[in-house]
Ligand binder design. Structure first.
Ligand code: ZN
Ligand code: ZN
Length: 373
């Protein structure tokens, strides 16, 4: 979670001219009262204490661990990210903005009383809660980070107003070890948790097929008033922490799909967040610049050369060579082909079986046909 990935993203988006098409805001630090809508007050107090005096650890609350080291100012930094995502919720409800992006957010592993997986406060869940507190009746949360969106799912597990859908590398081989197809929500909210657990090595067309065939129909049936999406870039083939084989081009495809869905279902009301992503030079800044481009209605073509000024800054800041193009795939190979489910199901494919397991678990609860939707 090196801060360099955020700086490089901002600089690349700037160099691509994307900030000319958006309003950049400087958000407030979320108040304790706001954080305590979903976080335990004793947990917030513990984070504050370490923020002032960053020594020692509190393993029970996940603080001062390998994944979440304590550091001076950690409360303010984390609560400001929440302030950003909550400001987007407000802007979307007031109509000041149609779409909003907080690429510093998407900290989906934070639990009510515990930090985990590099996440301290759960800005995604708090933005959703802000929407509910302001009268929104149905929010769909779509999480395409390579890890299961466990914190957001936990906070709304038994909340029928929030659909949480996560496509991730199976917990059998990756942190946090949860997110199974039969985890479908609590007794008052059956079918409002959707989990697709994909095998390591899953590729573009299969990953997008999983999103299109097991998440989109459920979101459509749920008929949300706002969509919140989390775009962790760690599904990428070059990510050092996970084992899916996804390209920047497929990231863009998923962003376009969710963007279109917002115009179809929610009158454009869409909050898009960042998330994980540990290849901080060649993947994260490019992926999230695409996200800003899509949300700003100035999508960056995948064949666009990476701006030279940014490549020089990368060399200076990291000593590494930056990529030269905004996409991974050879444009001569044509667009990614995503086979619609109604064209057939391959029982010999690990990925198709994973998709089918999710469809069988949740589709009937939404009145959807497991075979032909
Ligand atoms: Zn739009
Ligand atoms: Zn992740």
């Amino acid at each position: 979670m090196a801060p360099i990935r955020l700086e490089l993203t901002a600089r690349l988006s700037q160099a691509l001219g994307l900030f000319d098409h958006v309003t950049v805001i400087d958000p407030e630090v979320a108040s304790d009262e706001q954080l305590e809508r979903l976080h335990d007050p004793a947990y917030v107090a513990a984070v504050r204490q370490f923020s002032l005096n960053p020594v020692g650890s509190d393993p029970e609350r996940g603080l001062g661990t390998d994944d979440v080291p304590v550091f001076a100012g950690m409360h303010e930094a984390s609560a400001r990210i929440v302030g950003g995502s909550m400001a987007l919720a407000d802007a979307i409800l007031s109509g000041d903005a149609e779409h909003g992006v907080n690429f510093t957010g998407g900290l989906h592993h934070a639990m009510p009383a515990k930090a985990d997986g590099f996440c301290i406060y759960n800005d995604a869940a708090l933005a959703i809660q802000r929407l509910l507190d302001n009268g929104v009746e149905r929010v769909a949360y779509i999480d395409v980070d390579v890890h299961h969106g466990d914190g957001v799912e936990r906070m709304f597990w038994d909340e029928p107003r929030v659909l949480t859908a996560s496509v991730h590398q199976s917990g059998r081989t990756l942190f946090p070890g949860t997110g199974w197809p039969r985890d479908i929500g609590g007794e008052h909210a059956r079918g409002t948790a959707v989990n697709i657990a994909l095998p390591p090595g899953t590729r573009d067309s299969q990953w997008l097929r999983a999103i299109n065939s097991a998440i989109i129909p459920v979101v459509q049936a749920f008929d949300p008033q706002v969509i919140v999406s989390q775009h962790g870039a760690d599904s990428h083939i070059d990510d050092p922490l996970a084992h899916l084989a996804i390209s920047l081009d497929a990231h863009r495809y998923a962003m376009d799909t969710i963007h279109r869905l917002s115009h179809q279902l929610t009158d454009g009301k869409w909050i898009a967040l960042g998330g994980g992503g540990y290849e901080v030079v060649s993947v994260v800044p490019l992926s999230w610049s695409h996200l800003i481009g899509v949300a700003a209605h100035h999508p960056v073509p995948l064949t666009t050369p990476v701006p030279e000024e940014w490549r020089i800054a990368v060399k200076e800041l990291t000593g590494r060579e930056a990529p030269t193009r905004m996409g991974d795939l050879d444009p001569n190979d044509g667009p990614i082909w995503v086979q619609p489910w109604e064209m057939g199901y391959n029982p010999h494919s690990d990925v198709d079986r994973a998709i089918m397991a999710t469809r069988e678990a949740v589709f009937p609860l939404h009145g959807l046909d497991v075979w032909f939707t």
